[in-house]
Design a protein around this ligand. Structure first.
Ligand SMILES: [Zn+2]
Length: 230
């Protein structure tokens, strides 16, 4: 009886720490202001030594700037790519240290996942990251305080053409163009998570960029998109 009650207590506390913490995500950023015809493209899970430079080449060719939500341990192995992201006018934002779900991290591990990435990106780019996206979109109750301490804002997305299941490149481009709206934040992946994701992204990207610009959208970073919001 005591054990059952204890188990129930532990489960309830874990539930509040994980699932309960998601009750606060609606007050996070899911889109920018709809006042201008601006959209932010965001690239998660890199830097990847092979794919990220190719995405950067393409963005450079099209004169488009974007936000990269970087995984700390990958950034540590690809310092040059992180410097290039910043040098070419893109935003280097945080996607935590490893790609582990915050449902599996206690308060101390949560603080360290935020702090280590914050310090590394600051050291590599000379600028403190101001935006954060949690791996898998999953949060816990300790995350909010940690982000406040490091001056990072929680950013999700309003358009995600590919999640856990592979989606063909043409369909991804079409999906984004059909749903494009002023202030949209588009979630893309420039490293392997879903197998083959960066390759599909790279073939979808030209049509996506051209289509959005033909529709009159200016592509920008999350930082610039949110610049006027409190
Ligand atoms: Zn991710």
């Amino acid at each position: 009886m005591v054990l059952a009650r204890l188990a129930f207590g532990v489960a309830a506390a874990w539930g509040a720490y994980t699932v309960g913490a998601h009750l606060l995500t609606p007050v996070s950023v899911w889109r920018g202001p709809a006042t201008g015809r601006r959209i932010a493209l965001t690239f998660d899970d890199g830097p990847d030594p092979v794919w990220t430079p190719r995405v950067l080449d393409l963005l450079g060719e099209k004169r488009v700037r974007a936000s990269f939500f970087l995984v700390g341990e990958c950034a540590a192995r690809a310092a040059e790519t992180v410097r290039r992201i910043a040098a070419e006018g893109h935003e280097a934002a945080s996607h935590a240290w490893s790609h582990r779900s915050f449902w599996l991290l206690g308060p101390r591990a949560t603080e360290s996942a935020i702090a280590r990435t914050h310090e590394l990106l600051t050291a590599l780019t000379g600028r403190a990251p101001r935006h954060f996206r949690p791996p898998w979109g999953m949060v816990n109750a300790a995350l909010y305080g940690a982000l406040r301490r490091h001056g990072e804002r929680l950013v999700f997305w309003s358009i995600q053409p590919e999640g856990l299941r592979p989606v063909p490149a043409e369909r991804q481009a079409r999906y984004v163009l059909e749903r494009a709206h002023p202030g949209a934040i588009v979630d893309l992946h420039d490293a392997e998570g879903t197998p083959g994701a960066p390759e599909r992204l790279l073939s979808a990207l030209p049509a996506m960029l051209d289509g959005l610009s033909a529709a009159g959208y200016e592509l920008t970073t999350v930082a610039e998109l949110l610049a006027d919001t409190p």
